[in-house]
Ligand binder design. Structure first.
Ligand SMILES: NC(=O)c1ccc[n+]([C@@H]2O[C@H](COP(=O)([O-])OP(=O)(O)OC[C@H]3O[C@@H](n4cnc5c(N)ncnc54)[C@H](OP(=O)(O)O)[C@@H]3O)[C@@H](O)[C@H]2O)c1
Length: 341
């Protein structure tokens, strides 16, 4: 029986809780997977801890009202670190917000979880991108799992795919569309919308934040490139090592000219092994329409792995979303459960 504590209970946390609830019977029947959610700690919604297990339907109802601390009979008022320490959980699901400059408060949560020998499952790019080596070493020392599938293109398998199905290959290059918002904007521009109108539409549909900087200037894709470089290629790089350009200077004229030449503009995140380490970049690139990445439209994401044994392998799928990202966490929870058996 896996005992789970959530740190952060917003879109993704609740998405995972809904999946766990809906699939409880099938997960037990098909995979022999059983779980108990023992604690949740969220910044404004409050916290609840009961080592006997919290009822997920009740928890989700309270979370929607922003009143987790009204969970009857549970210990309440605990911040994230005290929740990690007192919960008795063996897995911490860290789904608080991403800060790509400081990685806090998640970095503190990661260290508290792994330092206490608890498995850590996350979709949070901040600490994973900035402190990957240190966290992986801490996890190893404490014999705990550190799993982060959902930090790169949500539940579309990347980390787990390369770690299992592509194991044995030398992955020499990874390139792809790592940000759905910018791909949505560029695809809208191909239909004749200006950059400004396409961004407004992305904001109206909930793909883009009110402040779209992290997406349109390539910071979000940069964090994913760093995670890929560190985890797939063992490279020791940080934000200053990634050549980063956003999409804000792409004009309708550029899009038209590319179309006339049989090309499409895409914001491409790339990391490539070189003789002296890796070269990493995020920038708009013209991609030939025959390239699998060119046909990936809207908010979809895609990655091409260049391997020595299999050649090029491309995976296409969602890069965000409540259930889509919740699934990444589920895949990691199931993987931890499998290795424990
Ligand atoms: N949404 C996606 O499609 C997606 C896809 C891939 C990766 N991610 C990553 O997954 C993580 C969660 O995303 P999300 O969409 O669920 O974000 P979200 O809806 O904003 O949820 C984050 C939650 O964390 C809580 N939180 C903030 N500081 C905290 C603290 N110190 N202790 C405990 N809880 C704290 C927030 O609380 P309050 O709001 O109540 O203050 C909020 O409920 C982020 O790191 C994000 O980058 C998201």
């Amino acid at each position: 029986m896996q005992k789970i504590a959530f740190v952060g209970f917003g879109v993704v946390g609740q998405g995972l809780a809904e999946i766990l609830l809906e699939k409880k019977q099938i997960l037990k029947k098909k995979y022999g997977y059983e779980y108990k959610v023992v604690a949740v700690s969220d910044f404004t919604k409050g916290s609840a801890l009961d080592q006997k297990g919290l009822n997920l339907s009740k928890l989700l109802k309270l979370a929607k009202k922003g009143k987790i601390s009204e969970y009857p009979g549970a210990k309440t008022g605990l911040d994230a670190v005290r929740t990690i320490r007192q919960s008795g959980a063996d897995v911490i699901v860290e789904v608080s917000y991403t800060d790509i400059k400081t990685a806090e408060p998640a970095y503190t949560h990661f260290k508290a979880a792994l330092g206490a020998g608890k498995h850590l499952v996350t979709t949070n790019k901040g600490p994973t991108a900035l402190y990957f080596r240190e966290l992986a070493a801490l996890a190893k020392r404490k014999k705990a799992a550190f799993r982060y599938e959902g930090t790169v293109v949500a539940g579309t398998p990347v980390v787990n795919l390369t770690g299992t199905c592509l194991a044995g290959n030398d992955i020499t290059e990874v390139r792809g569309i790592l940000n759905g918002t910018t791909n949505f904007i560029l695809t809208s521009m191909e239909k004749g919308k200006s950059y400004e109108a396409a961004l407004k539409e992305a904001q109206r549909l909930g793909f883009a934040e009110a402040d779209p900087t992290a997406d349109v200037e390539g910071f979000d894709a940069m964090a994913k490139v760093i995670i890929l470089a560190k985890s797939l290629m063992g490279a020791d790089i940080g934000p200053k090592d990634v050549k980063r350009t956003g999409i804000t200077r792409i004009t309708l004229k550029d899009v038209e000219e590319a179309r006339a030449a049989g090309m499409r503009w895409k914001l491409i995140g790339k990391v490539k092994k070189t003789g002296r380490g890796v070269a990493a970049s995020v920038r708009p690139e013209k991609v030939a329409v025959t390239d699998p990445l060119a046909s990936v439209g809207g908010a979809k994401n895609a990655l091409t792995f260049v391997t020595d044994l299999l050649g090029e392998v491309t995976i296409v799928g969602p890069g965000a979303g409540r259930k889509e990202t919740g699934f990444a966490l589920l895949a990691d929870l199931l993987a931890i459960d499998r290795t424990a058996k």
